[in-house]
Design a protein around this ligand. Structure first.
Ligand code: BES
Ligand code: ZN
Length: 612
């Protein structure tokens, strides 16, 4: 069944009169901060709401159709685009009758894409742009049926953060510009489409024609779409999981704590404001671990370990419902406001849901990873507030905003106590709800609410390295592992009963730099690492296998690299191979073979790494 135009118009009318916010009221007082990663001109003309109407073409690998922008302001509107084919631009006073208007697509910058200038005639409030995406659009991954779990239908999904949304929608692509949106997505019957919006059609038969509505203003990087042969399974009253049929049982089992997670987070930091919280488990080529698309977290299947050992990633993405999605970084230099707060909140959720010792263990692992990465970073990238002039915002995505950010918040917590800090954090989310803020605004708020604070916040934010005030995160579960490593080095038997994934990870990373072929073989015989079903453990083991030329793991390595596209795993593997001349040739050959299975984000990152 096709949804008629009338039904669509009716739905639109109902939405306009009903739950949609009054657009004029949405944080119109808050000025937009200058964003060096967007061509948009919000000070003159600013988009408040968009309506998408797109046809998904799996054969051509394109999205084609229109976007209507509701604009506040006058003169000309500048949009961001990347590799888009712009067919025409039209303007309207009432959103019904449109007249052609002039537009100009500027020269393309490698990082930012090209500005699209459209003239907004006197009195007009709406601009409609007809366009088509490129088959190699940066935000989109098109999978063939063979690349999916079910092998029968193709699959498409988007990844918008930080500045990729402009490669599938011409819009004002700055995190400081929040918009509400509605979308009509047309695809084939039996293909299920989901978005970072309401997904009310989840119970009805898939018609291939979908309407979506997101009535809460969100930054453009949170617009997300996935289309495939998806199924849905309810977990709790307001939570559930979408994935391909063959993954459904495992996913529902792994995420059975979803409802409790939402409740735990609410009790800590205030009500969940996004209605439902569902998780979409993507095919293994998904380039990142998770993406906090509102109402619908996108997640890698590599966290499905069978024992819930890697679900902190879901706590992390859920935490973004407060830090990031509710209170958003105004520019990519303020990224630590999104991620540092989120890692802090993630730790608190894990503590309530599982235990303090598990949360501290996970934190200790992250801190060790931060220290290791920090040692390789230039000083300018060790600050929480990063100067990204002339750079890709992806360059700022290191563990510094994540873990150093969380450590600073932990330092404040330790100084003032949770009785003071928890209400502070809750108040921060309330104060800046549905706004995009800068580091300076955070500093001013902190000073106002906790004036007695002795911690040198400026040092944390604007100086490299970790300050002396850095909290020590200790974990006796990891300390136990250290004891066993010491025994192992002396050739004594070790006690590994009941170890969890993080302990195995710590063990593998703590082994001596030099390992003989015999030692590798013995480790594998004893602990079956090559056969590990835990992606984190396997990844850490494969790094050792490459480093020590452990041949029996080669098949597993090749299988892993051909199936998994998660950059956190595959980048270090290619990098480790590329350390020797012979290894580099092999890395290049493997990459050439696997490239088609990776998302454009991942393949361009690995290409750059192997070109060095
Ligand atoms: N928002 C990020 C993902 C992201 C960051 C995408 C920057 C593009 C640019 C997400 O919340 C995230 O941090 N994911 C992590 C997992 C997390 C547990 C640290 C990831 O994907 O590894
Ligand atoms: Zn995050």
């Amino acid at each position: 069944m096709r949804i008629s135009l009338e039904a669509w118009m009716l739905a639109v009318a109902v939405l306009l009169s009903g739950c949609a916010p009054k657009l004029e009221e949405v944080n119109s007082q808050v000025p937009v901060v200058k964003d060096i990663h967007s061509y948009a001109n919000p000070a003159e003309a600013r988009v408040r709401h968009i309506e998408l109407d797109l046809q998904v073409d799996f054969e051509k690998r394109t999205l084609a159709g229109t976007v209507v922008h509701l604009i506040e302001g006058k003169g000309k509107v500048i949009f961001d685009t990347k590799d888009l084919k712009i067919e025409k631009a039209e303007a309207s006073k009432n959103g019904k009758e449109f007249q052609p208007t002039t537009f100009k697509l500027g020269a393309a910058d490698k990082i930012l894409g090209a500005p699209l200038e459209v003239v907004l005639p006197e009195g007009a409030r709406y601009l409609r742009i007809s366009y088509e995406t490129s088959p190699t659009a940066y935000a989109l991954q098109w999978l063939t049926p063979q690349q999916t779990a079910g092998k029968k239908a193709p699959y498409l999904y988007t990844q918008g953060e930080p500045i990729n949304t402009r490669s599938w929608i011409p819009l004002q692509d700055s995190p400081g510009i929040r918009i509400t949106y509605r979308a009509r997505i047309r695809t084939q019957p039996n293909f299920f489409a989901v978005m970072s919006a309401n997904n009310d059609q989840r119970t009805s038969a898939p018609t291939g024609d979908y309407l979506f509505d997101m009535a809460q203003p969100v930054p453009p990087y949170l617009l997300a779409l996935a289309v495939g042969e998806l199924q849905f399974r309810m977990i709790g009253a307001r939570t559930g999981v979408y994935t391909e049929k063959v993954m459904l049982d495992a996913a529902a089992h792994e995420f059975s704590d979803l409802d409790s997670m939402v409740t735990a987070a609410e009790q800590l930091f205030g009500s969940y404001r996004w209605d439902r919280y569902d998780v979409l488990v993507l095919p293994p080529s998904f380039p990142i671990g998770g993406m906090e698309n509102p109402r619908l977290t996108f997640a890698t299947p590599t966290i499905i370990a069978g024992d819930k050992s890697l679900v902190s990633l879901i706590s992390h993405e859920l935490a973004h419902s407060w830090s990031g999605n509710l209170v958003t970084n105004a520019t990519w230099s303020d990224f630590w406001l999104n991620e540092g707060f989120t890692v802090y909140v993630e730790r608190r959720i894990q503590e309530v849901l599982y235990s303090k010792q598990r949360s501290e263990m996970e934190f200790a692992i992250e801190v060790a990873e931060l220290k290791q990465e920090m040692a390789t970073l230039p000083e300018k990238d060790q600050l929480l507030y990063v100067d990204l002039a002339g750079r890709d915002p992806e360059d700022g995505v290191t563990l510094v905003p994540y873990v150093k950010g969380a450590l600073m918040l932990r330092a404040i917590e330790e100084e003032v106590g949770r009785e003071r800090f928890d209400p502070f954090v809750r108040g921060y989310f309330d104060q800046f709800a549905f706004q995009s803020i800068t580091t300076g605004m955070f500093e001013a708020y902190l000073k106002g609410k906790l004036p007695e604070l002795k911690l040198d916040v400026k040092e944390w934010i604007y100086k490299p390295g970790l300050p002396k005030s850095c909290p020590v995160i200790s974990s006796f579960l990891l300390a136990n592992v250290d004891v066993e490593i010491a025994k192992w080095k002396k050739g004594q038997p070790i006690q590994t009963k009941d170890w969890v994934a993080q302990q195995w990870l710590h063990f593998l990373r703590g082994l001596p730099a030099e390992l003989t072929a015999d030692q590798m073989a013995k480790l594998d015989r004893e602990f079956q690492f090559t056969k590990s079903k835990n992606s984190e453990t396997l990844d850490a083991w494969l790094i050792l296998a490459i480093r020590h030329k452990y041949a029996p793991a080669q098949v597993a390595l090749e299988e892993f690299l051909s199936r998994v596209g998660r950059q956190k795993f595959i980048k270090p593997l290619y990098q480790e191979m590329a350390k020797t001349g012979e290894g580099k040739a092999r890395a290049k050959a493997l990459f050439a073979k696997n490239k088609a299975n990776y998302h454009p984000i991942a393949s361009s990152a690995i290409e750059a790494l192997l070109a060095k």
